[in-house]
Design a protein around this ligand. Structure first.
Ligand SMILES: [Zn+2]
Length: 163
């Protein structure tokens, strides 16, 4: 996979990936040093973070704090906070990016294509007609028009007040 433009990569290489033992999503949820740079919203039981390898600009992941791969094991409170963050993330994306559509999804289990199987998370992916899909299909190339830090800042500013 080639990237036509990936300004965030230079910073990532310069700073180095955060040193994490074990689950990277747990480390982000715990606010480990350097690991929460891309978090856009936090609650007691769940948080929302930018995907380090976004499908499109604004690609979010909503993650329960508690480690696990079983949706059925989550409490009502955990599920509630997750879906509130999904709703707020969608509102922030609408406000900041005006997408023409949004994909919501969970990839559960190794065969689903999940990148991090052991700690479930909900993808929130803004979409535009004719967006990166074509390039990925045709050329194994993604177009990333914005650095991740800029995306994070835009979404933090656009995040709605919690109800
Ligand atoms: Zn975890």
């Amino acid at each position: 996979m080639d990237y036509l433009w990936a300004g965030w990569r230079s910073a990532f290489v310069t700073q180095g990936a955060p040193a994490v033992d074990g689950c990277v999503l747990c480390a982000i949820g715990d606010g480990a040093d350097g690991a929460d740079d891309l978090v856009v919203a936090r609650r007691a039981r769940a948080f929302c973070v930018l995907n380090l390898y976004p499908y499109t600009s604004g690609h979010l992941m909503v993650v329960p704090r508690r480690h696990g791969s079983d949706l059925g094991a989550l409490s009502h409170e955990e599920l509630g906070e997750m879906w509130e963050l999904v709703r707020e993330g969608m509102a922030a994306l609408e406000s900041a990016y005006h997408p023409q559509g949004i994909n919501l999804g969970l990839n559960l289990g190794r065969a689903s294509g999940a990148g991090i199987v052991e700690h479930l998370h909900v993808h929130v992916v803004p979409r535009w007609v004719g967006d990166a899909n074509f390039m990925v299909t045709a050329a194994q190339t993604r177009v990333l028009p914005e650095a991740l830090g800029d995306t994070r800042d835009r979404l933090r500013r656009a995040w709605p007040a919690s109800s």
